[in-house]
Design a protein around this ligand. Sequence first.
Ligand code: ATP
Ligand code: MG
Length: 392
Amino acid sequence: MLPPGADAVVVRHGDVGVKSSSVQSDMERRLRENLQAILDDRGIPGDVEREWGRLLVRTPDPDAAADAAADTFGVVSASPALSVPAELRSIRGALALTARECYDGGAYAVDARRVGDHDFGSHDVNREGGDAVWHAVEQDVRPEVDLDDPDVTFSVEVRHEEAFVFVEHRDGPGGMPLGTQKPLVALVSGGIDSPVAAWEAMKRGSPVVPLYLDLGPYGGPDHRARAEETARNLAAYAPNFDLRLRVADAGDAVERLGDEVGRTRMLSYRRFMYRVAERLAEQVGAVGVVTGESLGQKSSQTAANFAVVDRVTDLPVHRPLFALDKQEIIARAREVGTYRDSTLNVGCERLAPNQPLTAASMESVRKDEPDDLFAWADAVADGIEVSEGVPA
Ligand code: ATP
Ligand code: MG
């Protein structure tokens, strides 16, 4: 719900506020840039200003702009607002207008905050504003004031010359502005898990470089197309970063693992994958790898097997979904908007062996692993292509 004539969005950020002032300033600058980029990318007219530990968007389309802000990493909440001069009379008028449009009964409260020099205090705004709401609606509904547990809260933020009136908080993702951490290579298969994992890393500030291993006959064109869609979904959250899908041709290697390796096949496959990711990380200046693995989800994702596969790379392997159940991951995927594409049926071949080891030893993995597996991974990494299917 927005006040009639709303012309702004008040945008709050979270974690950013706990840093030193220079770090905070840098983070707020990033956040401003990122939000502006999302507005521009969606064709929403608006200018993002930095203000008093939060951002303000001036826009003729505060509804769409608030949604854009609610998709920007680092944003805690966004409120479409009506701006008026910071005078009691104007604030009363704005509250009366808003009440007529947005209030149809139940308990209400006016909640004012104020920064700057004014000849009134926030309690004056609460009192006068509460009165203005009452008079605006008393002929149509029976108003009731409840300051402790209101159904509708009319918020007023008075800042120096201006006051902002709003009734709604739209939740953002929270986290940190994208770009405040170094990049990570995200292994993206296009399944349900990996896009969510990449998104979680982005939420905490790391731009991701999505890497897809094309599995040749084990994957197929639809499998790859699904990964492309996934990268496109993620890129919508970060139009000012390069989230084009990087594609490594792993078909021959996977086929060979299928032919030559038995019960530890998936572990060698994962070690191969991490090695390719590590090489890409070197190429693009990334400092870690993100995967959609979660503890116990598959035989290759046991605690014991993580210990074996991680030893192939010096980079940290981050698993944001480590402790989540599949149902929780699915719920996240729906929120993030990657679920639909992730569940397209792509009919890929099964690479997993019938009786995989759930607690493989390093020795058993090495014993069956082709000697030149990692030389192969390095060569595959040298041939990584940037997919043009997803615009930069
Ligand atoms: P997802 O886990 O994304 O739902 P999945 O279930 O098909 O896909 P898993 O076998 O669970 O994949 O693989 C675990 C993780 O390994 C994935 O979350 C992803 O990070 C990575 N991964 C698997 N296959 C690929 C691939 N072909 N290209 C890139 N990364 C992959
Ligand atoms: Mg999975």
